[in-house]
Design a protein around this ligand. Structure first.
Ligand SMILES: *Cc1c(COP(=O)(O)O)cnc(C)c1O
Length: 411
């Protein structure tokens, strides 16, 4: 029998059967046997597919949805995403290799990031992907490499706009930023591009991450489109592509309300009509990482010790911040809050106690859950951290304290 349980131990996207969490339809203990060891990350492909469908349903029909690989670059995940999105966005040669191993056409792959090395740039030029130019120096390097190799480079200019994405977990635009080229410098950059033999595609404007506020996102999207229209007058060719970023967030903590993507989609539909009147040929793109995969993943570890210290109960697990830095509160958070956590093989147990779950690292930073009320758990039980499909394993300091590595599976 499948039923859902109270909010604090169960997230609606993963059902429960016989006291046990199901991941991709597989009982957690059986999945753990299949993987062969804990800890591991498990990602549910069905949830990712459903999420892409939900985004498509809410957004304008002609909007292109790209997957930002940084959120979860596991090759199997990227293969899956490549089949269901319109493009991939990446930020290193390592990610580029994974992207090019998929069936995604190079014309729908773009590369951003400050500090792209010459080697990476020439690989990207040879691959035929679009380079989002982030500085004057980078522009000159791309032009030289393109000339040297005789391969025309496809380029967009990443703009650091004057505005910022309000109410955002991580701001990446407005003011002085290492990302992109300041809006004020765009006429000069575009002037220079006109003199070079580059294939100019358009603009990339990425203003922030982890935003749950539909109005703030819509405002940034409208401003991005307005800015592109203004700058189009300086462009060597009509705008072919306009990547307006993303930043769609997911709820992690009590009190977080899910983003209203219908509202974002409705406002974007209006803004895109406005663009169409000015630049009818422009393809508009959003790039989403966390929103597409974050809620589809869990981190699973096993309890290896239980102890009481001066009245406080600690569960010690075989994983920790070396696999999941974000859940420990050390990945950009200002105040530490608990990620949603469950005891995956005791989903229906009603006797509860307040526990602090810590990882196996010899540092007070290694907290999985701080003073959380959970079903009474014992050594051997499974601790599950939800909302772990994005910025998990690859965003963690895996070498720290030289602990064992962790498995990742797509189910
Ligand atoms: C990090 C990043 C993304 C993905 O951000 P999410 O919050 O995971 O959606 C997309 N584009 C760029 C340029 C980024 O730096």
């Amino acid at each position: 029998m499948i039923k859902s349980l109270p909010q604090h131990t169960s997230m609606a996207q993963f059902p429960v059967c016989n006291n046990t969490l199901l991941i991709g339809g597989i009982a957690l203990n059986r999945l753990a046997q299949r993987v062969g060891s804990t800890p591991f990350y498990a990602y549910d492909r069905q949830l990712m597919s459903q999420r892409v469908l939900d985004v498509r349903a809410a957004m304008p029909a002609d909007l292109k949805i790209h997957y930002a690989m940084k959120a979860n670059p596991m090759p199997a995940v990227v293969q899956h995403m490549a089949n269901i999105v319109d493009g991939l966005d990446l930020a290193s040669a390592g990610e580029m290799k994974v992207a090019l191993d998929t069936t995604m056409a190079a014309g729908n792959i773009s590369m951003a990031g400050p500090g792209k090395r010459s080697q990476e740039l020439s690989q990207a030029i040879a691959a035929g992907i679009t380079l989002n130019i982030e500085s004057f120096h980078e522009l000159e390097t791309i032009a030289q490499l393109s000339e040297k190799t005789g391969i025309q480079a496809h380029v967009s200019v990443r703009i650091n706009p004057a505005f910022e994405l309000k109410a955002s977990g991580m701001k990446m635009s407005g003011g002085a930023k290492p990302f992109g080229i300041d809006e004020e410098q765009l006429p000069a950059v575009l002037q220079r591009i006109k003199t070079l033999a580059l294939d100019f595609k358009g603009f990339h404007i990425y203003s922030g991450s982890q935003n749950l506020n539909a109005e703030a996102i819509s405002e940034a999207q409208q401003k991005s489109i307005a800015l592109a229209i203004t700058l189009a007058a300086h462009c060597p060719t009509p705008l072919k592509k306009l990547n307006i970023g993303g930043g769609y967030g997911i709820p992690y903590f009590p009190g977080d309300t899910p983003l209203n993507i219908r509202q974002v989609g409705d406002a974007l539909t209006d803004a895109m009509l406005y663009l169409k009147a000015e630049q009818p040929q422009t393809e508009v793109i959003i790039e989403l990482g966390r929103y597409l995969v974050g809620e589809a993943g869990v981190y699973v570890c096993q309890i290896i010790d239980k102890k009481v210290s001066r009245g406080q109960t600690f569960l010690v697990v075989d994983g920790g911040l070396h696999h999941h830095l974000a859940a420990s509160g050390n990945f950009g958070q200002v105040l530490r809050k608990n990620y949603p956590v469950a005891i995956g093989n005791k989903m229906a147990v009603t006797e509860r106690e307040i526990v602090t779950i810590v990882g196996s690292l010899c540092t007070p930073l290694d907290i999985v859950a701080d003073k959380m009320e959970l079903p009474i758990a014992e050594i051997g039980d499974f601790v599950v951290v939800y909302q772990s499909g994005a910025y998990g394993y690859t965003a963690s300091p895996t070498q720290f304290l030289n602990q064992p590595v962790c498995a990742e599976v797509l189910v």
